[in-house]
Design a binder for this molecule. Structure first.
Ligand SMILES: *Cc1c(COP(=O)(O)O)cnc(C)c1O
Length: 883
């Protein structure tokens, strides 16, 4: 029978157990083992049944058990300690507060962090993959460091789908209904108790209302907007139905609710709670980019003009791009966007043309009719970054068109390499080993705040202890794999009687390789199947076998991805190998935690350079798992032979993808056959794989401290949030108005700027190291003056095409006032600039000169995308190249 109405009956806890509620509602339990142990001991069976979810657990415990606990002094003492620990955690001084005492700290009072998904815990399934989990890790690390962040996202009624398989290995999607009342969430209410509402105006007089739910992630509040409210028409109610579902219009509405509604939710939250207003808004990927428009709208309503409002808002905006894969970037038809903005829709005080101008791909190589959320992110963010060193470089090339006239190296997109939240991803057994060595408190700080000195302690752990730990984690994974495989086969329609073989699946003493991730084609789930015979030989090798655990979800609309899964599943179903290779459905955080810790080798074989960073390999490394990966994302940056193996890439060399896959797969098999298995099974005199253990130890001591989310968040604070907060403060209305007026004057006058003549004192075909050239440059500035520009010599090594590489700009100085001699004859005014140029390196060397806009409030010389360089003729004239 189907219920016609559903509601949640909340448990009433006996008064002494009251703090359990507090502990259940702060998601810190998800990375605090002591709190989880306490919940487990409330009722171990129900704890397992609840999927380790305290809110569900408390909803299910029988009153008799609660009464018994309320009279159990030992339990009450532990409860009191846990509650006191949480209170100390959320109120105490942490890294940020210590930094705040420094005289020149200039730290932002608060930062709003927007993301389309957040993976905090399996108990709040609001993520699809890496982007969301990174956002969850960002919040948790910010909480550990005391960074005053407010998270903003959407509450999806179905979250992301749950995956199962048909008998035939085809992916099936299920969308469980999530009832917010059964989740660790609290509805944000006005002072009078009514639920807070955020409203958006839609075209044709429709409206989109949303409630705001608050999750508490340690010290960090996370606000989630939910459009499933009664006031909404059916279409509007479904805006937050599921993550990454629906067509263009649905996506646009989700992103408008996230960006525009999100800012309104933050304002409401600050008004209701007295929380400091954010000075910095960080948009995690382009999807939340409309947050900038809403803030511009706020300023325009306060009386600022458009361009001034833009300058002011840009100051406090940080944009992080997360993917070089075009399908990962949302682009909308111009008309669709135009339709949703303006007098009869949202942001009525903003000119629609202005809105469009921010996102249109109006640059060489762009699609002039598309509105691109990443492009808007870059135009609205004064600070922008990619998520690994390599991805920073790839992004600068990818978006170079927005800064015409500048080399890719000069494109103002930096990078902060991702990290992972160690207290979430390090297995309790690994933590316990650390605690034995240096104590729980220091281990905790090593994992959350970082600091390599603390990690050095790993060096003293005995080989035997490391190996015992690795075996224990592997054995737990084997058990977990069998359990999940059994469930999967039951779902695939098998009877228990047919499933005896599952008890023999995987072996706790065999080298275990893991591969789990979403299944877009660039991640190449099935590369390992390229030569099935070779794979089969690896799996069934009599002395040195390999066993492989695979998991991953394909996007529901991606039949290509589902076919890859099916290919793999069919291979794993083969009775000759099914004890050595498995596919586990429904990859998610809960599975991931077991998987990363239990594997010996974490495999990643994306098409370089499409993996922006990748984080699963970092989580594996923190548990002493070695990486075997293509040199892409973070591995390109930090790979060392001590930490694992690099799969050679054939990017550039091979012409077609097939051949590239062949080459890279062959390299992968070679590595596994000759290097990886050899090292794992090679035992020293003491009977242990000494060299393997040494790699595990080095991975922990040297890689461990780098891959931490604590390190990442500290970098965001120091390199992006602080400059953004400073710009936000400086760009108060008057300064923003002045900057906007100056920019518009410079843009209008730029066609009149030119380099007329360049001469160098010691020009010639060769020059000696240590010589200094005296440069003399004549420029026209049109209606501008030397105060508006910088004239630079740019010098460096030249390549065979005369392109200057690793260029270093040197500012030149104006000699005197303008040369007015030509003025009477109607010729433009000229200025002469001079400066020395030292020849400080041997070999092919070259220089050029250029004029850039300059203003003390610009973030970067390339900001306006304006530059004047010598014409061909001027260059020849000046003998610009010397060899
Ligand atoms: C870490 C993680 C990811 C992201 O892993 P990548 O290496 O970036 O692909 C995806 N899903 C889950 C469940 C994770 O924990």
């Amino acid at each position: 029978m189907k219920a016609i109405r559903r509601f949640t009956v909340r448990p009433v806890l006996p008064a002494p157990l009251g703090p359990l509620n507090e502990l259940a509602r702060n998601l810190r339990w998800s990375w605090h083992a002591g709190t989880r142990d306490l919940f487990r001991d409330v009722d171990p069976d129900l704890w397992a049944d609840s999927g380790h979810d305290p809110v569900r657990l408390l909803g299910a415990v029988p009153s008799a058990r609660l009464a018994a606990l309320a009279a159990d002094d030992t339990f009450l003492r532990r409860l009191g300690e846990a509650a006191a620990d949480l209170r100390a955690y959320v109120t105490g001084e942490r890294w940020y507060q210590e930094r705040q005492h420094a005289p020149d700290a200039e730290l932002p009072r608060a930062i709003a962090y927007f993301s389309p998904e957040f993976g905090v815990t399996a108990a709040l399934p609001q993520y699809s993959g890496g982007l969301g989990i990174l956002a969850g890790d960002h919040l948790k690390a910010a909480s550990d460091l005391g960074v005053p962040l407010v998270g903003v996202g959407l509450l999806y009624r179905h979250g992301y789908f749950r995956q199962s398989l048909t008998r035939d290995g085809w992916q099936q999607e299920h969308y469980p209904v999530l009832d917010p009342n059964e989740l660790p969430l609290t509805l944000l209410r006005e002072a009078d108790g009514t639920p807070t509402q955020v409203r958006l105006a839609l075209p044709r007089g429709r409206a989109l209302a949303a409630h705001v739910w608050q999750a508490q992630v340690g010290r960090v509040p996370l606000l989630l907007l939910d459009s499933d409210v009664e006031e909404n028409d059916p279409g509007a109610r479904e805006v937050t139905d599921r993550l990454y579902g629906g067509g263009s219009e649905h996506r646009l509405l989700q992103e408008m609710l996230l960006g525009i509604g999100g800012v309104r939710a933050v304002r409401t939250y600050c008004r209701l709670t007295g929380h400091a207003e954010p000075e910095v808004f960080h948009t995690n990927e382009g999807h939340a980019g409309f947050l900038g428009l809403e803030r511009i709208h706020e300023r325009v309503r306060e009386g600022l003009d458009f361009d001034a409002a833009l300058e002011s808002v840009r100051g406090g905006t940080v944009f992080t791009t997360h993917t070089p894969v075009p399908a990962g970037i949302d682009r909308f038809d111009r008309e669709l966007v135009a339709h949703h903005f303006g007098p009869d829709a949202e942001l009525p005080d903003l000119d629609v043309e202005f809105v469009l101008r921010l996102g249109m791909e109006t640059y060489p190589g762009g699609e002039p009719n598309l509105f691109n959320m990443a492009v808007m992110g870059l135009r609205l963010g004064r600070c922008a970054n990619g998520v690994s060193t390599l991805h920073g470089k790839v992004s600068r090339e990818m978006f170079q068109g927005l800064w015409p006239g500048f080399d890719p190296e000069e494109v103002p997109i930096t990078s902060v390499t991702n990290g992972v939240h160690a207290p979430t991803w390090v297995a309790p057994e690994v933590f316990a080993l650390g605690a034995r060595q240096i104590g729980a408190e220091r281990t905790d700080r090593a994992l959350s705040v970082g600091g390599s000195d603390r990690w050095d302690a790993v060096a003293d752990i005995q080989d035997g202890d490391i190996w015992l730990l690795r075996r224990e984690l592997r054995a737990q994974l084997v058990y977990e794999v069998r359990r999940r495989l059994h469930l999967s086969w039951r779902q695939r329609g098998a009877a228990t009687a047919e499933l005896g073989w599952i008890d023999e699946v995987l072996d706790p003493d065999v080298l275990t390789v893991g591969f789990a991730r979403r299944v877009p084609s660039y991640k190449r789930l099935t590369l390992m199947l390229r030569d099935r015979d070779r794979l089969m030989d690896l799996l069934t090798h009599p002395e040195r076998p390999v066993q492989i655990v695979v998991a991953g979800k394909a996007h529901p609309a991606d039949d290509g991805g589902k076919r890859l899964i099916q290919d793999l599943v069919r291979f794993t179903d083969d009775p000759r190998v099914r004890h050595r290779i498995v596919f586990l459905p429904d990859y998610g955080m809960a599975m991931a935690q077991k998987l990363y810790a239990g594997c010996d080798v974490w495999l990643n074989n994306p098409l370089r350079p499409l993996e922006a960073c990748g984080t699963s390999g970092m989580k594996a490394a923190l548990n002493g798992c070695l990486n075997l990966s293509v040199l892409d994302g973070w591995w390109d940056e930090w790979f060392e032979p001590d930490f694992g193996w690099a799969i050679p890439t054939a990017d550039g060399a091979a012409t077609d993808d097939h051949r590239r896959d062949d080459l890279e797969a062959a390299a992968l098999y070679d590595l596994l056959e000759r290097r990886v298995t050899a090292r794992f099974y090679e035992h020293g005199p003491g009977g242990l794989p000494d060299r393997w253990i040494e790699m595990v130890r080095r991975t922990l001591t040297r890689l461990g401290p780098r891959v931490l989310a604590g390190r990442m968040v500290r970098e965001y604070v120091e390199r992006l949030y602080v400059p953004a907060a400073r710009a936000h403060r400086v760009l108060a209305p008057d300064a923003a108005t002045a900057l906007a007026a100056w920019k518009s004057r410079v843009r209008a006058a730029w066609p009149g700027v030119a380099v007329d003549h360049v001469e160098a004192s010691a020009a010639g075909a060769t020059a000696e190291l240590g010589t200094t050239l005296a440069l003399r440059v004549r420029v026209q500035l049109g209606d501008l003056t030397p105060d508006d520009v910088e004239v630079q010599a740019v010098a460096g090594r030249v390549d065979p095409e005369d392109h200057i590489t690793d260029a270093v700009p040197v500012p030149l100085k104006p000699t005197s006032g303008p040369e007015r001699d030509g003025e009477a004859h109607g010729q433009p005014v000229r200025y002469v600039y001079e400066g020395p140029l030292g020849l400080d390196r041997t070999g092919p060397f070259g220089y050029t000169v250029r004029v850039l806009p300059a203003h003390r409030l610009l973030a970067d010389g390339a900001e306006l995308g304006l530059v004047a360089v010598p014409s061909e003729a001027t260059g020849e004239d000046a003998g610009v190249l010397m060899r």
